[in-house]
Design a protein around this ligand. Structure first.
Ligand code: NAD
Length: 461
């Protein structure tokens, strides 16, 4: 099938590349010229394991191309994905200007051939109808602008765009996005058009049948067909639930600290209950990243628009905000005055195996520590090597963990990169000013660290 994906970020690029891998012909469009130039030169603008090979293979095979030109890309496609960003506004609601701009542009270039416009961006409930309206507006404006000034309308026969809008929320996780795309837990498609649903089913058939999955015999991927609003809601409800699970275990961790229990043991014990499960029960510094913070806030905001006060989700957000300050409290308990102290952060990205620092807990720590007069250094396996320093003007980014350790009064493990388990902590203990390590993810081995000479402080233990 011929597919166009507008927006070539974490979601758009992975979706486009994986659909090309399954045999479709994909055009990835982005209005960021530097990004498109970089992709055309064979450089992947994001860090995502496994993506580079897939992009290269399909680009070489001519099934995956990159361009800044929307018009031709829309005209050539049967299916058009919208996969642009929907960041949060300061009020908490979603900033839909990129989705809106793309919808209008699509409308300007549609003709009478039938197409499916797929909203993959995470958008507030009701946005599917709004996208449909903008596409129609774009089409109307294109017709009007095609009529010559003072001309007769019959010069340009009005073309009624023939399309359906589908909501197809994305559930991939940065760091395992390619794997997630080929091994999804479900594919959700929301629309009231049987024709559009059938086209989406055909598009995803290789994935539904697990032809590219790790375990091809695992049975078909559930293909969930629903209405537009329910599909949009499924995405928000999923992220809100996962964020709630993390805030819940962080709250339990804070109680554990006070009563002398160990949250890791507690999480294991409750996670064995199949109704609860083990995943997303790691106490630590809290959630961050490009999705949870903005999606939970957007859901609270949408509910508020409809007169409903989300007390639980507001508490989830507040618990998460406070969790980041717990690390500062621990540093203050151990070091007392932080002014003039040097704090070293192990990790900057919001989670391992990504270069994404959007709303990363590390950024809050840097801000708090700077306010308190501490000097902040950091080492992150990807950020340090990438040379990217956007938003990092108040932190010294070191080139390796041992240089980071030099002169530090405390180390804080912020991101659970696997390689941090294999560092030579005995050597690091010799390099630091004071051998204090706050393990803000409960990721390291307390005994090993203690043996290496560190004073180890975890979360909720
Ligand atoms: N990142 C994730 O892990 C993830 C997971 C699930 C869902 N989502 C959702 O998917 C959407 C995209 O997220 P992302 O992380 O890929 O965003 P991103 O910021 O990485 O990428 C968005 C891309 O869209 C491009 N763009 C913006 N306006 C454009 C326009 N008018 N024409 C063409 N290109 C345009 C930008 O240049 C950018 O490359 C968001 O709604 C997000 O909430 C993201």
């Amino acid at each position: 099938m011929r597919v166009t994906v507008v927006g070539t970020g974490y979601v758009g690029l992975v979706t486009g590349a994986c659909l090309a891998e399954t045999g479709h012909h994909v055009i990835c469009v982005d209005n960021n010229e530097a990004k498109v130039a970089s992709l055309n030169a064979g450089r992947i603008p994001i860090y995502e394991p496994g993506l580079e090979q897939i992009v290269r293979r399909n680009n070489d095979a001519g099934r995956l191309i990159f361009t800044t030109e929307v018009d031709n890309s829309v005209k050539q496609a049967q299916i058009i994905f919208i996969a642009v960003g929907t960041p949060a506004l300061p009020t908490g609601e979603s900033d839909l200007r990129y989705v809106g701009a793309v919808a209008k542009t699509i409308g300007e270039h549609l003709d009478s051939s039938y197409r499916v416009v797929v909203n993959k961006s995470t958008v507030p409930i009701g946005s599917g109808d709004w996208v449909r309206m903008l596409i129609l507006e774009g089409a109307k404006e294109a017709i009007l602008s095609a009529v010559p000034a003072g001309g007769v309308e019959t010069v340009c026969a009005p073309v009624t765009p023939n399309f359906d809008v589908v909501s197809n929320p994305e559930f991939l996780k940065e760091g395992s996005a390619v794997w997630d795309t080929f091994n999804p837990d479900r594919i959700v498609v929301g629309s009231d058009s049987a024709q559009a649903i059938e086209i989406m089913r055909q598009l995803y058939t290789p994935i539904i049948e697990r032809r590219f999955a790790e375990d091809p015999k695992a049975g078909e991927v559930p293909f969930v067909v629903t209405d537009l609003s329910s599909a949009e809601m499924i995405k928000y409800a999923a992220n809100a639930f996962l964020a709630t699970k993390i805030s819940f275990i962080n709250e339990v961790a804070n109680i554990c600290e006070r009563v002398g229990a160990d949250v890791s043991q507690v999480a294991y014990g409750i996670g064995l209950d199949q109704r609860i499960g083990q995943r997303f029960l790691q106490a630590g510094l809290g959630w961050g990243g490009s999705c949870f913070p903005k999606d939970v806030s957007a859901l609270v905001h949408t509910a508020n628009d409809y007169g409903y006060d989300c007390r639980l989700l507001k508490a989830v957000i507040e618990t998460n905000r406070l969790q980041r300050t717990r690390v500062i409290e621990k540093l203050q308990q151990e070091l007392k005055v932080l002014k003039g102290k040097t704090i070293g952060l192990l990790g900057l990205t919001f989670k391992p195996d990504t270069d994404d620092m959007r709303d990363a807990p590390a950024l809050s720590l840097i801000e708090y520590l700077n306010k308190l007069g501490a000097r902040v250094k950091a080492f992150d396996p990807i950020v340090s090597a990438s040379g990217i320093r956007e938003g990092l003007s108040h932190v010294i980014v070191e080139t390796d963990a041992y240089r980071l350790a030099e002169t530090c009064d405390a180390l804080v493990l912020v991101t659970e990169w696997k390689e941090f388990r294999n560092l030579d902590y005995e050597k690091m203990a010799q390099l630091v000013n004071r051998p204090l390590l706050i393990d803000a993810r409960n990721f390291l081995d307390r005994q090993l660290l203690t043996k290496a000479g560190f004073w180890y402080v975890g979360m909720g233990r």
